[in-house]
Design a binder for this molecule. Structure first.
Ligand code: GLC
Length: 417
């Protein structure tokens, strides 16, 4: 990668501007909104990504944002421990969720990763110890409430939980033509009330035939984060607990390989249809999260990389499209149906690095950094033309800065311990 010096300064300053202009301070909380106007509230996985980028700019803001996220955690009832996917700054959540300040569903569970990176950058063990009880409660909640058959894999109860709101991965459940975006939106809103009627109980929701996929990406992130939690516990001197969470991460990995890997294609798929756990073969980059999660063997990783770099499927001018271009549902300008998303790219690039595909990770990061430098800090992008969509000043587009700086990590100033 390595942008020339001037462009790096510009990327850094523009990223700083985007993030700082999106800071929200309210009721003792301090977080970064995903974008002005469109997304004013706090979102779970967005905040984790913002915290990761801010480790280069303002680590205190990283800590504040993670604290703000954890302050939304449910403290009582059957869902004690859940971290909601949205925190409403102004108490306007009631109409949709029946409660003013938070939603009642979660999002990709990457909080432990964000906390671990914060610790690795700042060395702040006091912060780790402060956050650990909430973190453990969150991952315990996932196991307790979302894994009713005890197979170590967790189920989702709403597409918003995946972060891939209207992906064709979920067409199986909606049964709605993808062109009817209004009907799809209505379906997602109605589902909020239906899952509430089942008291957010995944077994009951599955029995009612509603949306309960075992999402491949979500479970890979879950495995990675149980591992990060184990590392945090080790750092805090809680070695027995660290061993337990480490074993849980391994159990998740084994279950993914046993149930979600498809040897005939060489890919990982989501599971649908409740207890039947049927693999559903919609080709999206979700399966590449097996790299991030350390789920794939070296041979499986090789197969994934072949698919990722195949121009017939994912290797576009600006990889990666959120739906393979070979899929009949590929629509590169429609939300989540083929566009490039900063969050997904960052996770795939980190996964490639984990498996030692450094050159490929750099090649993909370079294209992504150029995409953001040229087309702006947008929410998502066209995989061929690079055209940006959604709000301008979208906070998570600053992940480009983290990717750019990764290649220079040795030169980074060390933050005070
Ligand atoms: C959209 C995205 C979701 C993201 C949110 C805030 O709903 O689909 O992944 O968290 O916007 O940026």
């Amino acid at each position: 990668m390595m942008l020339p010096g001037g462009r790096l300064v510009s990327l850094r300053e523009r990223s700083r501007y985007v993030l700082l202009s999106n800071v929200v301070e309210v009721n003792g909380r301090r977080y970064i909104r995903p974008a002005p106007t469109t997304y004013e509230h706090q979102w779970l996985w967005d905040s984790c990504f913002h915290a990761i980028v801010n480790l280069h700019l303002d680590p205190e803001l990283s800590r504040a944002e993670l604290r703000s996220l954890l302050s939304l955690q449910f403290q009582e009832g059957p869902d004690a421990g859940m971290v909601p996917h949205m925190g409403y700054y102004d108490g306007t959540g009631t109409a949709l969720w029946g409660r003013p300040y938070t939603s009642t569903i979660t999002q990709p569970p990457i909080i432990a990763d964000a906390v671990l990176l914060t610790y690795q950058t700042t060395g702040d063990l006091v912060f780790v110890k402060e956050i650990l009880p909430g973190l453990k409660a969150y991952y315990d909640w996932l196991a307790r409430r979302r894994d009713p058959d005890g197979d170590h894999l967790v189920s989702l109860i709403h597409p918003w939980e995946s972060g891939w709101d209207s992906s064709p991965r979920w067409d199986h459940y909606t049964g709605i033509d993808h062109r009817d975006s209004e009907a799809l939106k209505r379906w997602r809103h109605d589902l909020v009330a239906r899952i509430a009627a089942h008291r957010w109980d995944v077994a009951a929701i599955a029995d009612a035939g509603l949306y309960t996929p075992v999402a491949i990406d979500y479970n890979c992130l879950y495995a990675a984060n149980l591992e990060s939690l184990a590392k945090l516990l080790t750092a805090a001197g809680c070695c027995d607990q660290a061993t337990q969470y480490g074993e849980r991460a391994e159990a998740v990995r084994q279950a993914i390989n046993a149930k979600m890997w498809d040897e005939s294609v060489g890919y990982y798929w989501d599971l649908v249809d409740g207890r039947r756990e049927k693999q559903i073969k919609v080709l999206t980059p979700a399966g590449f999260m097996a790299l991030y999660g350390g789920v794939a063997s070296p041979e499986q990783a090789e197969t994934l990389v072949r698919l990722l770099t195949d121009p017939a499927h994912f290797w576009t001018s600006f990889p990666v499209p959120s739906v393979a271009i070979s899929e009949p549902t590929y629509r590169p300008s429609v939300y989540w149906r083929g566009n490039v998303w900063p969050s997904i790219n960052w996770l795939i690039i980190r996964g490639l690095e984990r498996y030692g595909y450094t050159d490929l990770a750099t090649a993909m990061a370079t294209r992504f950094v150029n995409l953001v430098c040229t087309h702006g800090f947008r929410e998502y992008f066209h995989p061929e033309t690079g055209e940006g969509y959604g709000p301008v000043r979208q906070s998570w587009a600053t992940l480009a800065l983290d990717l750019e700086l990764a290649s220079r990590r040795g030169d980074e100033p060390k933050y005070a311990r």
